[in-house]
Design a protein around this ligand. Sequence first.
Ligand code: PMP
Length: 341
Amino acid sequence: MWHDSVLGTVGNTPLVRINKLADAVPCTVLGKVEFFNPGGSVKDRIGISLIEDAEEKGLIEPGGTIIEGTSGNTGAGLAITAIAKGYRCIFTTTDKQSQEKVDVLRALGAEVLVCPTNVEPDDPRSYYSTARRLAEEIPNSVYLNQYDNPSNVAAHVETTGPELWEQTEGRITHFIAGAGTGGTISGTGRYLKEQNEEITVVGVDPHGSVFHKYFHEGVFDHDEIYPYVTEGVGEDILPENMDFDVVDDFVQVDDKTTMQMTRRLAREEGLFIGQSCGMAMAGALQWLHDHEATLDEDDVVVVLLPDSGFRYLSKTYNDEWMRSHGFSESRTNVTVEHVLK
Ligand code: PMP
């Protein structure tokens, strides 16, 4: 048995029980491990749907150019699809993203323009504006705009949601995920609530992003927006794909907690995952702890783990980087020599 192309291997990622880290909560906690996708992240799912939707709408012709502003993972998903279908890819990204992510995009044949992080979204230098401008200037090109394009949400309504429903045989009671474009939480949450409206959907936001405050107070507050280190999640805009109606609660996690939880998932569960996974798990465990009285052993909580640790080797998994950002209190990589001394 074989797949016609690498695209056939996207999706159907495993659910893995979280053991030690979830010891203190009374329910089953499962990770949906998205690094098993061929491009290494959940974003492979939308790589296919964004391009196929543009084809169906006649927005791109054979040999055309795909343009997108991407933190890296969407780019990998798009690049894989573009290779299978014969398109050129140009991506704009920010100088905050790890070098590994840019290297992956270039390895997959994409052209990458790195833009400054700390400028307003409507500044002509921002990665959003640069992507738009390129699409206007390059003939037979399409700017897919994962933030507002409904085929992002649709990919999760059609794949992630049904997979979780089938894999848990309808027993899932809670779905917890971070949000960037909002596609994952909105699409998966929508599908799950259509199956069982009792399912609780919880969003997790980094400190410095707008979603948490907007959810709780309905205010888009510029003063609350400040730079944070965690990649791929949180926003300084409200994307159309973020559907607050399917979310029941939003919690916030700081960078330090995120980084430490990321490393614990690797060391204590053997899950070598990325920063936003640590954030989602830290937010999930915090929420479950706060709502312990409402939970029992029949509850099945799924936490979405978006990508792989390979993209953060020079950051979260590097002791020097952790120390220089104040994210670790002590030596984390204890060597044999250190123990013998
Ligand atoms: N984690 C990572 C590492 C990501 O790159 C993204 C996408 N920006 C997300 C989480 C959030 O997913 P979504 O855009 O579907 O909300």
